[in-house]
Design a binder for this molecule. Structure first.
Ligand code: ZN
Ligand code: ZN
Length: 378
């Protein structure tokens, strides 16, 4: 299984950030774009880059690729995601959007039409408890913002972009080519304005005419109580700046919940493993059991067996949909003592006699048991 090739195609390391991946993708796809690079193999290389980016730009597909290689990355989008932000994956800024931001779109679309900026993803790590009770997190990331100097026009303040003198604003040109079959007429992207339809005579010096500038951006995200790993929160307009006056893209905050050393959780149900000694299990006891809502007293009845599960009602996580709280399940393991002193052994022997267990004959230690004991002590 190869799970590094996609990274190699983009020339980034396996722990590259989304930002680095995006930058590398932009650079590579510009380099190998078939309209710009006529070398043999450039087109295949370009396709390979698209394929790699499509997987690595999506945190779920990327995680799956890291684990299983290309075979795993095909597994659909948002499998574990609840998508409570109304996210359906279809509006996500795939490579086509990024592509067209460079090459000005195909001949079929109006190059001057406002276009929404790219969406971004940000993974936020939550503690087990934060995911249950909800929290507010500051999220800080770099994005392409609308240039503050030229307000996104790309033109030096005091000047304006003008209609492209070559394509007269169409963004495309008609080219006639003589072929053996006769004259062929086709549309190509204007090479002066790269399809924008407008030319900037004096570019803004801050953004060099792109209309965008890199910005470190900070937002607060309210994480609702009861979230789980893989779920996403959509923050409208917190993605990258649009084009031609189009709106900003969105930010998708992807939840990652760190495991707890005490509890496990599935949806609204929390699981806890309780060890009892065999006296507690046989005679019954009252035990303090931890829950995320604080400790509660659990009454263990006489004769409790390993595997018995008690339900602490309402001590689980909140239900994201439908309201209310889940339960905590407490599952018992009865632990057999391993080292007994003489007094304990005598007590157990009289217990056996009282129970009529006259077939209890502890075996004498052989050589291998002694060796094993020595290892156990290490
Ligand atoms: Zn500018
Ligand atoms: Zn033009």
């Amino acid at each position: 299984m190869n799970n590094t090739e996609f990274y190699e195609r983009l020339g980034v390391s396996k722990d590259a950030s989304q930002d680095e991946i995006k930058k590398a993708y932009r650079k590579m796809s510009k380099k190998y774009h078939p309209d710009l690079n006529k070398e043999a193999g450039a087109e295949q290389k370009y396709k390979d880059i698209q394929e790699a980016y499509e997987t690595l730009s999506d945190s779920q597909k990327r995680a799956s690729y890291d684990q299983f290689g290309a075979a795993g990355a095909g597994g659909g989008f948002g499998s574990g995601a609840g998508g409570f932000g109304g996210f359906d994956g279809s509006g996500f800024g795939g490579f086509e959007d990024i592509f067209s931001s460079f090459f000005g779109g195909g001949a079929s679309r109006n190059p001057n039409a406002p276009r929404q900026g790219d969406d971004l993803q940000y993974r936020v790590d939550l503690s087990f408890e934060e995911a249950i009770f909800g929290t507010e997190k500051e999220v800080k990331y770099s994005r392409e913002a609308s240039c503050g100097t030229c307000s996104g026009s790309g033109a030096k303040p005091g000047t304006n972009p003008v209609t492209c003198g070559r394509c007269h604003g169409a963004g495309v040109m008609t080219v006639d080519t003589q072929t053996p079959l006769g004259m062929m007429r086709r549309q190509v992207t204007c090479d002066r304005c790269h399809g924008r339809g407008q030319e900037i005579i004096s570019p803004c010096q801050t953004c060099r005419g792109t209309g965008h500038e890199e910005q470190v951006h900070k937002v607060f995200v309210k994480v609702p109580a009861g979230v789980e790993t893989g779920q996403q929160i959509r923050l409208a307009d917190q993605g990258e700046a649009g084009f031609n006056g189009g709106p900003y893209g969105d930010l998708f905050v992807i939840i990652n919940v760190r495991p707890s050393d005490k509890f496990k959780r599935e949806g609204a149900t929390i699981y806890y493993q309780l060890d009892l000694n065999f006296v507690q299990a046989a005679l019954g006891d009252t035990i303090e059991v931890p829950t995320v809502h604080g400790a509660v007293e659990l009454i263990i009845p006489e004769g409790t067996q390993t595997g018995k599960t008690f339900r602490l009602k309402g001590k689980g996580a909140p239900r994201l949909r439908g309201g209310g709280q889940g339960d905590q399940h407490v599952t018992v393991t009865v632990v057999t003592p391993t080292k007994l002193n003489d007094g304990q052994k005598a007590a157990l022997k009289s217990f056996a006699e009282a129970s009529g267990f006259n077939q209890v004959h502890p075996k004498k230690k052989g050589f291998f048991d002694k060796v094993k004991d020595a290892f156990d002590d290490i």
